[in-house]
Every structure is written in C-alpha cells, then in structure tokens.
Design a binder for this molecule. Structure first.
Ligand code: CTP
Length: 417
C-alpha cells in the first residue's frame, strides 16, 4: 500500500467530522474536503473564524455539509456551542490552518469559537497548514508546530508550490484529496493498535573515550519519536529506549534513557520478550573505544591512540535469535544510506532486511540536507515481506504514519496465521 492510500476498511459514514476553517485563501479548497466527507455520509460540522468568511461564505459550507455553520461564540440561547460542537467528534480537521491559528492552538488561547472548540476537542486532530514560506519557516511557527505534534496533532502538508503572494515555496496547503485521505486514515486508526506493545529505539549512542569525550553521531531522535508518537496515537503501549537526542520526546510513552550501545542492548533485550513490535530507529555506533580511560585525557600527553572495537549489533541479534523475542512479533530496522536513487535504495534495504533477519527495513537517504539526520523530512523506501514501497520525500511524521500502517497490516496478517 502506498503512503497516501487509506486503509480499505475505513468508513466515514455516520462519523462526526468537525472542520475548522481559519482565514486563508486556501479556504476555497476546503469546500471540496467538506463535500467529499458529506458525500461519504459523514455528519460534517463547519466552524469558521471571522476572517475565514472573507474567503468563503458560510452559506457555501452550510449547503455542502447540510448543517448550519458555526461562527460565533455567544448566541442568544443558553447552549454552549464550543462544548456541543467538540463533544462526540470522531475527527477534527483544521484547514486551512494559518500561522495565527497554529499559534493559538499551541498556546491554548480560546478567544473565539474556532479556538475554543479546538481547545475542547478530544478527537484526533488533523492540521493542514497554509501560510507564506517565511511564516512557515519562522522559529516561532516551527516551535508551535513542534508543540502541536507533541500534543498528538497530525500534520498534513504543507507542500511546496505556488502561493497566493505570487511566489513559490513551502507553505502551500495540501490538496483536498490528500486531506481527505489523511482524514480517512485518522478515522481508521483510532484504536487499531490497542493492546499492542511497541518498543522503539531512538537517538544516537555515545561511546565514551574518557569521562568527558565520546564517539557519537548526529541522530536527533526525531524519526524514532515520530514513530512512537504515531503508535501511541493508535493506542499502542509504547516504550522508547532513547540514546542521545535533541528532539522533543513524545508524551504518553515510557521513556528509558541509555547512553551506550551496550546499555541500549540490555534495555531492549530485557523488554523484547513482551513486545509485539520492535522498531530499531536508533543510530547505534558500530564501533566503540576498546576501553574508556577513567581520567580525562590531557592535551600535554599528545594525541591519544584510540583502538575501536565492534559494538553488539542489536538488530542482527534480535533477528537471528528468535527466542529473544515474543512469538510472531515484528522486527523493524532502519538503514542509513547515502543513496538518493529509490531503486538502488530499495535493493540496499532488501539486502539489509535479509542480512539482519528483520521483517521490515526502512532505508533512508542520509546524504542530502532534506533527508536523514536532523532534517524534518526523509527520503525513504520501506522493504517488507511483501515487497518494497517507495515513500518518496515526506515529513518524518508522514513516514512514521506509513510505517505504522504497514506494521498494522502485518500484525493483522500474523494474527490470522
Ligand atoms: N543497529 C543495531 N546495532 C548496531 C548497529 C546498528 O541495532 N550496533 C541497527 C540500527 O538501529 C538500524 C540498523 O541496525 O536499525 C541498521 O543500521 P545501519 O547503520 O544502517 O547499518 P549497519 O548494520 O551499521 O551497516 P552499514 O553502516 O555498514 O550499512
């Protein structure tokens, strides 16, 4: 299955979908999103900010959804519209999400109906940002998006392309069909990993040279954290064994902090017999100094000679000794490669899948600035027992979602065996 396709068994019929529209030109594209869900038989409610009404009239959304559109916090009646609208929603879509809307959501500001509803909802939230490139790239927005992802919000887009200002760049809202597909995936994923135990390793290991120096790598932990977040959002019981990281760890998961490859191995092997899924997203050092000296090496002693010895290959050990793991559990490894060609990347992934005894290998190109260590996006392929899928250049969150989708399918197939 491709990264964008919804699970085949997902139905929108009868689902309550809340569409929150803020003031951007892309609001006109949300008309198609509302119409698509209404045609699928969903009960679609639209909430608009005042500025959204400059772009699309409330009447349009009312006619397409078949429901009145809500715009004001206070009416003449005794009802509390934001609570009523938010309660019982199966899915909330924020589109377009302007920089202002994103900032208010991240801070929990509730000064109009739109923002009050978003502070009240407890359904999965899908966010389709739309703004100018400068606003999207501003550290304030980056921080707000990171906060929202930490809160479990799922991003769809933005993509690169023509913007209303006449220029082109990142910040263009995803196309309606992409938002609808992401919405269907979100609807179908609510509970599908309930009761499943998932262990994810993340970050890089640090192998000490002396008390203050180590052999390490550039891993931020972002990819592993995104997978953990996605699994937790689908109700899995998640443990993250993390080495050194610079990204924000997910909430709602058990976090086990380790430093070295040996510590990571011990933490993983201890938990492996109970886990249904093990994802080795960590960048584990392949070599470590033969011994770490106890006292800090002094400059006056001259350049030290450091002998490196191999670390244990945790993935290969788990792959080659099935007794270490729960029966029918799924083992996923990552392959960091400097290979931008998806065809050749797929071959390397398949080769590593066999050599390490893993069920699935996600191979990502770490050679370019938009993919791999520290980047927000990854160019990747997923090799599994049923072939190789080219995921393309996507956000780490989208790659995590494609991977978890694949894992969910594999779990279903294994349960049938
Ligand atoms: N891995 C591991 N233990 C190690 C080294 C790697 O468990 N000591 C795991 C990583 O977590 C990842 C996978 O192996 O899931 C692949 O890591 P990668 O660095 O791409 O491959 P290597 O086996 O180190 O081979 P090479 O670097 O030569 O391609």
């Amino acid at each position: 299955m491709g990264a964008g396709a919804p699970p085949p068994d997902v139905k929108a019929q009868g689902k309550k979908i809340l569409v929150c529209v803020s003031g951007g030109i892309a609001a006109f594209k949300v008309v198609v999103v509302v119409r698509s869900f209404a045609e699928m038989g969903a009960d679609v409610r639209v909430v608009m900010t005042r500025s959204a009404q400059h772009f699309v009239g409330a009447q349009t959304f009312a006619a397409l959804s078949g429901n009145p559109v809500s715009t004001e916090m206070f009416g003449s009646g005794a009802d509390v519209p934001h609570v009523e609208l938010a309660r019982g929603a199966d899915l909330t879509i924020v589109a377009p999400a302007t920089a202002n809307a994103v900032a208010k959501m991240a801070l929990g500001i509730a000064d109009d109906l739109f923002s009050a509803v978003l502070l009240t909802v407890r359904s999965p939230v899908l966010l389709a940002p739309a703004m100018h490139t400068e606003m999207w790239e501003h550290p304030a927005t980056r921080g707000n998006i990171a906060t929202l992802e930490k809160h479990g919000v799922t991003l769809v887009g933005p993509s690169e392309g023509a913007l209303s200002s006449g220029d082109s760049g990142a910040g263009r809202m995803s196309e309606p069909d992409e938002i609808v597909r992401a919405g269907l995936r979100a609807l179908g994923r609510a509970e599908d990993l309930a009761g499943v135990r998932v262990l994810v390793t993340a970050g890089g290991t640090q192998e000490p040279i002396d008390p203050v120096r180590f052999v390490g790598n550039r891993s931020s932990g972002r990819m592993g954290f995104a997978i953990a977040r996605e699994a937790a959002a689908r109700r899995a019981k998640v443990t993250v064994v993390a080495g050194a990281t610079s990204a924000e760890p997910p909430s709602g998961v058990e976090l086990v902090q380790v430093a070295t490859a040996d510590e990571m191995r011990a933490a993983v092997l201890e938990r492996a017999p109970e886990c249904d899924v093990i994802v080795k997203a960590a960048a584990v050092a392949d070599f470590k100094p033969e011994e770490a000296v106890e006292r800090k090496l002094k400059k006056a002693s001259g350049p030290p000679e450091i002998t490196l010895v191999p670390t244990p290959d945790i993935l290969a050990e788990l792959g080659s000794r099935p007794g270490l793991r729960k029966a029918r559990s799924i083992l996923i490894g990552f392959a960091a490669e400097t290979e931008p060609d998806p065809g050749r990347l797929g071959l390397l992934a398949e080769e590593k899948r066999r050599s390490k005894g893993a069920d699935v290998i996600v191979a990502n190109d770490v050679g370019s600035s938009d993919s791999g260590f520290g980047a927000a996006t990854n160019r990747a392929v997923i090799a599994g027992p049923d072939g190789v899928t080219d995921v393309g250049l996507v956000t780490k969150m989208a790659l995590a979602s494609a991977l978890i989708e694949r894992i969910s399918q594999l779990l279903k197939e294994r349960r049938k065996l």
